[in-house]
Design a protein around this ligand. Structure first.
Ligand code: ADP
Length: 302
């Protein structure tokens, strides 16, 4: 049993400011801190903390940020399959003002160079039980990884985030699509705010299971040809929802890998586990620091 995450890693550079600078303006920060981030990295750490045996295929720069991300991933117990590229490690510069409003600039850096999977990377995909992908990696690579998984028995969890125009067929080829409500609306071609059951119907019409995460309300799970199942959210005091979606996806992958079962009921069980993991994460600050361990999720569920 194992999970392979193929995706992005960034170093998040977070500046606390009184107000976000206007064009041409310089402001002094009140504080600064840097954190590992990127959807792939967060999801790999979430799957590992939730008990999965995780490999992580990622492109990093040959720089101190890349060394730091690699070291933290290894410390989380991840079997890192990092490519070192002639580009800086991805970074996100984040300004957060006193009202918690933020402004973010992302440089994909090395993440944009994760192209043309190597034979070893394709073997790793074929060996895995569950492959987890997001859209911060070149879409051709995502499509190639899906094709490689489909050629074998690897189950594909595609987190179609951030929103992007997907190559035709990709959605139907993933076993489980995971999106939030905004991404679901964009993919379904319906207006933001459309009813979530209508969105789910459009997504599952493409022939694969889909999960729409609904923030505090939990998650709606759909399997083609069956009625949708609502997994209710847990009532918690939300302190910081950063990384909730990534915790959900990583925890879901770990639960699917553990059960090894491909029935609709096991997908609902895995979504219930992921909903609990994500609820714990929103009670704590930060993305990676807030991700719970398997023991914490089991305790929380009682
Ligand atoms: P994203 O962060 O990607 O926009 P959501 O906001 O839908 O995704 O959150 C992902 C998951 O995190 C939800 O399905 C839910 O399980 C959990 N979650 C998010 N916000 C809360 C909250 N306020 N209370 C409890 N659980 C939450």
């Amino acid at each position: 049993m194992s999970v392979l995450v193929l995706g992005s890693a960034n170093l998040d550079l977070v500046y606390d400011v009184d107000r976000i600078p206007a064009p041409g303006e310089t402001v002094l920060a009140r504080g600064f801190a840097s954190f590992p981030g990127g959807k792939g990295n967060n999801q790999a750490i979430a799957a590992a903390r939730c008990g999965a045996d995780v490999r992580f295929v990622v492109a990093l720069g040959r720089d101190a940020s890349g060394d730091r991300l690699a070291e933290e991933a290894r410390r989380a117990g991840i079997d890192l399959r990092d490519r070192r590229c002639d580009a800086p490690t991805g970074t996100a510069v984040i300004y957060v003002d006193r009202g918690a409003e933020n402004s973010i600039v992302v440089d994909s850096g090395a993440n944009a160079l994760l192209t043309d999977l190597t034979a070893a990377e394709r073997d790793d995909i074929a060996d895995a039980d569950v492959l987890v992908l997001q859209l911060e990696t070149p879409l051709d690579t995502v499509a190639e990884a899906v094709r490689t998984a489909r050629a074998g028995a690897t189950r594909v969890v595609l987190n179609a985030a951030p929103s992007a125009d997907l190559p035709p067929g990709l959605l139907g080829d993933a076993d489980v699509l995971v999106v939030n409500e905004h991404e679901a609306a964009a993919l379904a071609g319906l207006p933001a705010g459309a009813d979530e059951r209508s969105l789910l119907a459009v997504l599952t019409d493409r022939g694969a299971a889909a999960i729409i995460t609904l923030g505090a309300a939990g998650a709606l799970v759909g399997v083609p040809g069956a009625a949708p199942v609502l997994v209710p959210g847990h009532r918690v005091e939300a302190v910081d929802t950063t990384g909730a979606g990534d915790t959900f996806v990583g925890a879901l992958a770990a639960a699917l890998d553990r059960s090894g079962d491909r029935t609709p009921a096991s997908l609902v069980d895995a979504a219930a586990f992921a909903t609990a993991a994500a609820a714990i994460a929103v009670r704590r600050k930060g993305a990676v620091p807030s991700i719970p361990t398997l023991e914490e999720v089991l305790d929380f569920r009682g």
